[in-house]
Design a binder for this molecule. Structure first.
Ligand code: PRP
Ligand code: URA
Length: 209
Protein backbone atom coordinates (compact mmCIF):
# COMPACT_ATOMS: atom_id res chain seq x y z
CA UNK A 1 0.00 0.00 0.00
CA UNK A 2 1.30 3.48 -0.85
CA UNK A 3 2.26 6.00 1.69
CA UNK A 4 1.11 9.41 0.50
CA UNK A 5 3.01 12.04 2.48
CA UNK A 6 1.41 15.45 2.26
CA UNK A 7 3.98 17.89 3.58
CA UNK A 8 1.84 20.38 5.37
CA UNK A 9 3.91 23.41 6.39
CA UNK A 10 3.24 27.15 6.27
CA UNK A 11 6.76 27.81 4.93
CA UNK A 12 6.04 25.57 1.94
CA UNK A 13 2.62 27.23 1.40
CA UNK A 14 4.38 30.60 1.54
CA UNK A 15 6.81 29.54 -1.18
CA UNK A 16 4.13 27.89 -3.33
CA UNK A 17 2.33 31.26 -3.44
CA UNK A 18 5.47 32.69 -5.11
CA UNK A 19 5.51 29.85 -7.67
CA UNK A 20 1.82 30.30 -8.45
CA UNK A 21 2.16 34.05 -9.10
CA UNK A 22 2.30 34.62 -12.87
CA UNK A 23 4.47 37.69 -12.22
CA UNK A 24 7.30 35.61 -10.65
CA UNK A 25 10.29 35.69 -13.01
CA UNK A 26 12.48 32.77 -14.06
CA UNK A 27 15.35 33.42 -11.58
CA UNK A 28 13.12 33.54 -8.50
CA UNK A 29 10.95 30.68 -9.77
CA UNK A 30 14.04 28.48 -10.07
CA UNK A 31 15.30 29.46 -6.60
CA UNK A 32 11.96 28.71 -4.96
CA UNK A 33 11.64 25.30 -6.69
CA UNK A 34 15.06 24.44 -5.22
CA UNK A 35 14.10 25.68 -1.76
CA UNK A 36 10.90 23.62 -1.68
CA UNK A 37 12.82 20.54 -2.87
CA UNK A 38 15.26 21.11 -0.01
CA UNK A 39 12.45 21.35 2.53
CA UNK A 40 10.75 18.21 1.18
CA UNK A 41 14.07 16.35 1.40
CA UNK A 42 13.83 16.55 5.19
CA UNK A 43 10.61 14.52 5.05
CA UNK A 44 11.88 11.90 2.57
CA UNK A 45 15.04 11.36 4.59
CA UNK A 46 13.06 10.18 7.62
CA UNK A 47 13.26 6.86 5.76
CA UNK A 48 16.90 7.14 4.68
CA UNK A 49 19.37 4.25 4.99
CA UNK A 50 21.65 4.96 7.95
CA UNK A 51 24.80 3.72 9.64
CA UNK A 52 26.57 4.43 12.92
CA UNK A 53 29.96 6.11 13.04
CA UNK A 54 32.22 7.06 15.89
CA UNK A 55 33.06 10.77 16.17
CA UNK A 56 35.60 12.39 18.48
CA UNK A 57 34.22 15.66 19.86
CA UNK A 58 36.59 18.08 21.63
CA UNK A 59 35.42 16.35 24.86
CA UNK A 60 34.88 12.62 24.19
CA UNK A 61 34.04 9.88 21.71
CA UNK A 62 30.40 9.49 20.64
CA UNK A 63 28.46 7.03 18.47
CA UNK A 64 26.47 8.99 15.90
CA UNK A 65 23.89 7.87 13.32
CA UNK A 66 24.45 9.28 9.83
CA UNK A 67 22.84 8.89 6.38
CA UNK A 68 24.44 6.41 3.97
CA UNK A 69 24.63 8.95 1.14
CA UNK A 70 26.11 6.44 -1.28
CA UNK A 71 22.97 4.29 -0.86
CA UNK A 72 20.79 7.06 -2.30
CA UNK A 73 20.34 8.04 -5.96
CA UNK A 74 18.23 10.95 -7.13
CA UNK A 75 16.60 10.86 -10.57
CA UNK A 76 15.03 14.04 -11.99
CA UNK A 77 12.40 13.55 -14.69
CA UNK A 78 13.51 15.96 -17.45
CA UNK A 79 13.07 18.72 -17.84
CA UNK A 80 11.25 20.19 -14.87
CA UNK A 81 12.68 17.70 -12.34
CA UNK A 82 16.12 19.18 -13.02
CA UNK A 83 14.96 22.28 -11.18
CA UNK A 84 14.77 20.28 -7.93
CA UNK A 85 18.24 18.67 -8.11
CA UNK A 86 20.25 21.47 -6.45
CA UNK A 87 17.78 21.62 -3.58
CA UNK A 88 18.39 17.96 -2.76
CA UNK A 89 22.15 17.95 -3.39
CA UNK A 90 22.51 21.00 -1.12
CA UNK A 91 21.54 18.57 1.67
CA UNK A 92 23.13 15.41 0.22
CA UNK A 93 26.17 16.47 -1.82
CA UNK A 94 27.48 12.92 -2.36
CA UNK A 95 24.40 11.35 -3.98
CA UNK A 96 24.60 10.09 -7.54
CA UNK A 97 22.21 11.61 -10.09
CA UNK A 98 20.48 9.62 -12.84
CA UNK A 99 18.30 11.20 -15.55
CA UNK A 100 15.08 10.08 -17.20
CA UNK A 101 13.76 12.25 -20.04
CA UNK A 102 9.98 12.09 -20.48
CA UNK A 103 7.76 14.61 -22.25
CA UNK A 104 3.97 14.55 -22.48
CA UNK A 105 2.52 14.44 -25.96
CA UNK A 106 0.58 17.72 -25.99
CA UNK A 107 -2.43 16.18 -27.77
CA UNK A 108 -2.79 12.78 -26.10
CA UNK A 109 -1.05 13.69 -22.77
CA UNK A 110 0.68 10.29 -23.03
CA UNK A 111 4.29 10.21 -21.72
CA UNK A 112 7.05 9.76 -24.29
CA UNK A 113 10.45 8.63 -23.00
CA UNK A 114 13.40 10.19 -24.88
CA UNK A 115 16.44 9.52 -22.71
CA UNK A 116 17.62 7.46 -19.77
CA UNK A 117 21.00 7.46 -18.02
CA UNK A 118 21.17 5.79 -14.62
CA UNK A 119 24.03 4.70 -12.33
CA UNK A 120 25.10 1.06 -12.97
CA UNK A 121 24.48 -0.06 -9.38
CA UNK A 122 21.08 1.60 -9.00
CA UNK A 123 19.07 -1.54 -8.16
CA UNK A 124 20.22 -1.68 -4.51
CA UNK A 125 19.74 2.03 -3.83
CA UNK A 126 16.97 4.15 -2.39
CA UNK A 127 15.93 6.11 -5.49
CA UNK A 128 14.23 9.48 -5.17
CA UNK A 129 12.42 10.53 -8.36
CA UNK A 130 12.06 14.31 -8.73
CA UNK A 131 9.34 16.11 -10.66
CA UNK A 132 7.56 19.27 -9.48
CA UNK A 133 4.30 18.32 -11.25
CA UNK A 134 2.10 15.22 -10.92
CA UNK A 135 -0.81 15.85 -13.30
CA UNK A 136 -2.37 12.82 -15.06
CA UNK A 137 0.33 10.69 -13.40
CA UNK A 138 1.43 9.28 -16.76
CA UNK A 139 5.01 10.60 -16.58
CA UNK A 140 5.46 9.44 -12.99
CA UNK A 141 4.15 5.94 -13.79
CA UNK A 142 6.43 5.69 -16.83
CA UNK A 143 9.51 6.81 -14.85
CA UNK A 144 8.74 4.41 -11.99
CA UNK A 145 8.41 1.57 -14.51
CA UNK A 146 11.82 2.45 -16.00
CA UNK A 147 13.35 2.13 -12.51
CA UNK A 148 11.53 -1.13 -11.77
CA UNK A 149 12.71 -2.56 -15.09
CA UNK A 150 16.25 -1.87 -13.83
CA UNK A 151 15.50 -3.82 -10.63
CA UNK A 152 15.02 -0.88 -8.24
CA UNK A 153 12.84 -1.82 -5.27
CA UNK A 154 13.01 1.20 -2.96
CA UNK A 155 11.45 4.14 -4.83
CA UNK A 156 10.27 7.50 -3.48
CA UNK A 157 8.52 10.10 -5.65
CA UNK A 158 9.00 13.76 -4.75
CA UNK A 159 6.51 16.25 -6.24
CA UNK A 160 5.56 19.83 -5.44
CA UNK A 161 2.03 20.07 -6.89
CA UNK A 162 -0.32 17.17 -7.66
CA UNK A 163 -4.00 16.55 -8.34
CA UNK A 164 -6.09 13.75 -6.79
CA UNK A 165 -6.56 11.79 -10.05
CA UNK A 166 -2.80 11.75 -10.72
CA UNK A 167 -1.98 10.61 -7.20
CA UNK A 168 -4.63 7.87 -7.44
CA UNK A 169 -3.24 6.65 -10.77
CA UNK A 170 0.32 6.35 -9.42
CA UNK A 171 -0.86 4.86 -6.13
CA UNK A 172 -2.90 2.20 -7.95
CA UNK A 173 -0.22 1.28 -10.50
CA UNK A 174 2.65 1.34 -7.98
CA UNK A 175 1.34 0.71 -4.46
CA UNK A 176 4.89 0.08 -3.20
CA UNK A 177 6.10 3.62 -4.01
CA UNK A 178 6.04 6.37 -1.38
CA UNK A 179 4.82 9.71 -2.75
CA UNK A 180 5.79 13.03 -1.13
CA UNK A 181 3.71 16.04 -2.17
CA UNK A 182 3.89 19.67 -1.05
CA UNK A 183 0.33 20.54 -2.11
CA UNK A 184 -2.66 18.74 -3.65
CA UNK A 185 -4.52 21.06 -6.03
CA UNK A 186 -8.12 20.91 -7.28
CA UNK A 187 -8.20 19.24 -10.71
CA UNK A 188 -6.85 19.24 -14.28
CA UNK A 189 -8.15 21.50 -17.04
CA UNK A 190 -9.06 20.18 -20.51
CA UNK A 191 -5.40 20.51 -21.59
CA UNK A 192 -4.09 18.49 -18.64
CA UNK A 193 -2.83 21.49 -16.64
CA UNK A 194 -3.15 21.56 -12.87
CA UNK A 195 -5.70 24.07 -11.46
CA UNK A 196 -5.00 26.45 -9.82
CA UNK A 197 -1.44 25.23 -10.42
CA UNK A 198 1.55 27.27 -11.48
CA UNK A 199 1.51 26.83 -15.27
CA UNK A 200 4.14 24.88 -17.17
CA UNK A 201 6.91 24.16 -14.67
CA UNK A 202 9.59 23.35 -17.28
CA UNK A 203 8.91 26.52 -19.26
CA UNK A 204 8.97 28.67 -16.12
CA UNK A 205 12.21 27.11 -14.79
CA UNK A 206 14.06 27.39 -18.08
CA UNK A 207 12.38 30.51 -19.51
CA UNK A 208 11.23 28.76 -22.67
CA UNK A 209 7.99 30.69 -23.03
C1 PRP B 1 5.54 18.07 -17.09
C2 PRP B 1 5.97 17.80 -15.66
C3 PRP B 1 5.78 16.31 -15.54
C4 PRP B 1 4.59 16.06 -16.42
C5 PRP B 1 3.39 15.85 -15.55
O1 PRP B 1 6.56 17.75 -17.98
O2 PRP B 1 7.25 18.23 -15.37
O3 PRP B 1 6.89 15.56 -15.99
O4 PRP B 1 4.41 17.22 -17.24
O5 PRP B 1 2.29 15.53 -16.33
P1 PRP B 1 1.61 14.10 -16.27
O6 PRP B 1 1.46 13.75 -14.82
O7 PRP B 1 0.28 14.35 -16.94
O8 PRP B 1 2.44 13.12 -17.01
P2 PRP B 1 6.43 18.03 -19.55
O9 PRP B 1 5.95 16.81 -20.25
O10 PRP B 1 5.67 19.29 -19.79
O11 PRP B 1 7.94 18.20 -19.98
P3 PRP B 1 8.99 19.33 -19.55
O12 PRP B 1 9.34 19.08 -18.11
O13 PRP B 1 10.12 19.07 -20.46
O14 PRP B 1 8.37 20.68 -19.76
N1 URA C 1 2.96 19.88 -16.29
C1 URA C 1 3.18 21.17 -15.92
O1 URA C 1 4.31 21.69 -16.05
N2 URA C 1 2.16 21.87 -15.40
C2 URA C 1 0.93 21.34 -15.24
O2 URA C 1 0.03 22.04 -14.75
C3 URA C 1 0.71 20.01 -15.63
C4 URA C 1 1.76 19.29 -16.16
Amino acid sequence: MNNIHLINHILIDHKIAILRDEKTKCKQFREVIEEIAMLETLEVLKDAPTKTVTVKTPLEMVEQTIIKENSIVIVPILRAGLGMVNGVTAMLPAVKVGHIGIARNEETLEPVEYMCKLPQDIQDKMVILLDPMLATGGSACAAIQVLKNRGVKNIKMLNILAVPEGVEKVAKAHPDVDIYIAKIDRCLNEKGYILPGLGDAGDRIFGTK
